[in-house]
Design a protein around this ligand. Structure first.
Ligand code: NI
Length: 298
């Protein structure tokens, strides 16, 4: 073998090795290509980077999701709920088309009698029973807790002046003083100012109309309980009441409380709702104005 032949053999082997290496590299390139080469390794990592950007785009999604779920909630459930059961408009709904009577009690509060009447109101609270007390300021000063209890039970406190003066027989200043002293006593007792006035003896004239800054509430059924002092008679007179009537009683004698224990269940049995004077006029859509007197809500 000469040097040239040996060199040729090395040269061929080297060429073969290079060819094999080249083939191997090509093969590797083809094998890696489906997975992506070095460049395409960046692509997957780039497609992993969008994942975090998907995650941020997933964040707005929760932001968007709560909004629609929050918005329908008030639209679908809260508004109808409010309309049906909460607040003054909702409270008025049960009175629609109902027969209403307002039981009213003058000259109190008077310890046991007023509280016995409130016991009956409380007993039938589930029927929404409310009554109205036209209280004397001088009595309110003696029994402030009874007034508070009445208000807590949903009853109305009206002003019957401070100490039962006939407003047609006193001066304008005295009228103002009687009304304002009554307001102060009630406000001190329960933190609420009365919006209605019942003049003692139902007495009124042009001066009273012009001076008293509240609607004057009279009555359409007079039980004369103060005169008869008879529970049966008070019961029978009250049961003559019809829709829109205002019944006059006095919470100063036990016999009136005796009558009320029978009156309230009997009127409920007849399908009446027992409401305050203000509730009755509001339910009937009748506006109460100062300078006017009202006997009934009809
Ligand atoms: Ni009176």
């Amino acid at each position: 073998m000469n040097k040239t032949t040996v060199f040729d053999i090395y040269k061929r082997i080297l060429t073969l090795l290079l060819a094999v290496f080249a083939c191997f590299m090509c093969a590797c390139a083809f094998v890696e290509e489906p997975q992506g080469g070095r460049d395409s390794v960046v692509v997957p990592s780039a497609t992993h980077k969008p994942m975090p950007t998907v995650a941020p785009t997933a964040e707005p999604t929760p932001n968007i999701t709560p909004e629609p779920t929050v918005e329908p909630t008030p639209e679908v459930t809260v508004d109808p709920m409010n309309a049906g059961s909460v607040g003054t408009p909702g409270d008025m709904v049960p009175f629609e088309g109902e027969k209403l009577i307002a039981l009213t009690f003058d000259d109190g509060p008077y310890g046991t009698v007023t509280n016995r009447i409130l016991d009956v109101v409380e007993k039938y609270a589930e029927h929404g029973v409310h009554v109205t007390f036209f209280a004397l300021g001088s009595q309110v000063d003696k029994y402030p807790n009874t007034v508070k209890r009445a208000v807590q039970l949903g009853c109305e406190i009206g002003n019957h002046t401070y100490d039962h003066k006939n407003l047609t027989k006193i001066s304008e200043d005295e009228i103002k003083n009687q009304i304002q002293s009554g307001v102060n006593a009630i406000d001190n007792a329960c933190g609420k100012r009365p919006r209605l006035v019942r003049p003692p003896y139902g007495a009124k004239n042009d001066t009273v109309y012009a001076t008293v800054p509240n609607p004057l509430i009279l009555w359409s059924i007079d039980t004369l309980d103060w005169k008869t002092r008879d529970a049966d008679s008070t019961f029978e007179e009250t049961l003559k009441a019809k829709d829109g009537d205002i019944v006059l009683m006095h919470d100063v004698r036990e016999c009136t409380a005796d009558a009320v224990e029978r009156i309230i269940p009997a009127l409920l049995e007849q399908g009446y709702k027992l409401v305050t004077v203000s509730e009755m006029f509001e339910a009937k859509g009748l506006k109460l104005s100062s300078g006017k007197a009202y006997r009934q809500a009809k």
